[in-house]
Write a protein that binds this ligand. Structure first.
Ligand SMILES: Cc1ncc(COP(=O)(O)O)c(C=O)c1O
Length: 411
């Protein structure tokens, strides 16, 4: 959930009036954003890209992942996480999530094989993965850790910013994210070589504008360069981000504190790995089973995590059909280098994840919500819980989040 207003309008007008829409000209907004974002995250390097998918792909290129490598990913993530692995010629291995809706560290450890080179851990829905456990396993198994923080821009784990704990982090700034430029993404790392390679993946011609480092041998790649419109919007959006995250987290924690006592009605809270530092985009309510979650949502309007379409592996057609590329000669599932990689997928392979997802409902927070709005949500949840226990046939009206409504009143 982002906010937008007059400052963004002014920033875009400025770019148009200067007629400098390309990022490699002087006083670049993209350069400024990369500098500011690195500072915000306390990381050495950031590189903008045209999307989160491009950023994830660039992160894998940065780590030299390719044919012959397996990359572990969770059963619950937007399908782009899986697609990025295939786009570099490697094979995704899909493993279970745990009650936090993020990758289960035990499933990660158990699924490591001799060809496993990396794991993409995904901080879903504004929450965080169990990074302490993950980094411990990664050290033991010698895995690279890529943090997909596309859905958790601005969040942290303990005292570190998401995206900065593993070897490389990737972010999305698309329309649905905490900060947006319509489309957009970024790769971040403390490792210069990873970022140099990622930059070449993002723009194979960037040397022409920025000069080639002798350490890097150039290679062919698709372009996914950011524009100055993106940079200009993101420079404003970044200033809004800390306040928004703080406000969503506070709203989420208030709702959690006020609904603690519902466990005797069979409604509990999902596990949060870093409650004081994550983004707080959602309150997750966990039911005893799928049917109970469904019954509750017929009273209180909220999505069930297991019914969020392409966020679940059962909907990733390209993987299930093993259509890993636009051309069969490039299809990772057919490459001789991948012959020894594991690639048996079926819709029942992560049953435990589906069970968890189908009994979890998601109630969004909003930085624009007032105290009255939050109190209403709490009252509505409690009212719905009573109705659900007493089998009353009512429908609660909950304030909808209006993503299309921009706020021009702030400046
Ligand atoms: C977890 C996750 N990874 C990757 C992406 C890809 O980002 P984009 O849509 O900017 O390509 C998304 C976007 O929704 C996402 O939610």
């Amino acid at each position: 959930m982002y906010e937008m207003g007059n400052q963004e309008v002014k920033a875009i007008k400025k770019i148009i009036s200067k007629r400098k829409l390309f990022r490699y000209l002087e006083n670049s907004e993209c350069d400024l954003f990369e500098k500011n974002y690195s500072k915000y995250l306390s990381i050495k390097h950031s590189a903008l890209a045209s999307s989160g998918t491009a950023a994830l792909t660039a992160a894998l290129v940065g780590l030299k992942i390719g044919p012959g490598d397996e990359v572990i990913i969770p059963a619950h993530t937007y399908m782009a996480t899986a697609m990025s692995v295939l786009s570099v010629g490697a094979i995704p291995i899909i493993v279970d999530i745990d009650e936090s809706l993020t990758i289960d560290p035990k499933a990660l450890e158990d699924s490591c094989g001799p060809l496993t080179k990396a794991v993409i851990v995904v901080h879903m829905w504004g929450t965080t993965c169990n990074m302490n456990a993950i980094m411990k396993i990664a050290r033991k198994k010698k895995l690279f850790v890529i943090e997909d923080a596309c859905q958790s821009v601005g969040g942290g784990y303990e005292k570190k910013m998401l995206g900065t704990i593993g070897h490389v982090g990737a972010f999305s700034f698309n329309y649905y994210k905490n900060m947006t430029s319509g489309e957009g993404g970024a790769v971040v790392s403390n490792n210069k070589e990873i970022i140099e390679r990622a930059k070449c993946a993002i723009d194979p011609c960037h040397f022409y504008w920025q000069g080639r480092k002798n350490s890097l041998k150039p290679f062919a790649s698709n372009g996914s360069r950011a524009s100055e419109f993106m940079g200009a919007l993101l420079n404003i959006q970044l200033k809004r981000l800390p306040r928004m995250i703080k406000s969503m987290r506070a709203e989420r924690n208030k709702i959690l504190n006020s609904t603690k006592n519902l466990s005797n009605m069979g409604i509990s809270h999902s596990l949060l790995n870093s409650k004081d530092y994550d983004c707080g985009n959602y309150v997750f309510l966990k039911f005893n089973n799928t049917l109970d979650a469904k019954k509750f949502t017929s009273i209180f309007p909220a999505p069930i995590a297991g019914k969020t379409g392409r966020h679940n592996y059962t909907e990733w057609d390209q993987i299930l059909l093993k259509e890993g590329s636009f051309h069969q000669s490039l299809n990772p599932y057919k490459l001789p280098q991948n012959k020894k990689c594991r690639m048996n997928y079926d819709k029942n392979m992560c049953k435990s994840s589906l069970e968890i997802l189908n009994k979890t409902i998601m109630i969004p927070t909003d930085p624009k919500n007032t105290k009255k709005d939050t109190d209403n949500t709490i009252r509505n949840i409690k009212r719905a819980a009573l109705a659900y226990i007493n089998k009353e046939n009512i429908k609660i009206k909950q304030k909808a989040i209006d993503k299309g409504k921009f706020d021009y009143s702030e400046d």
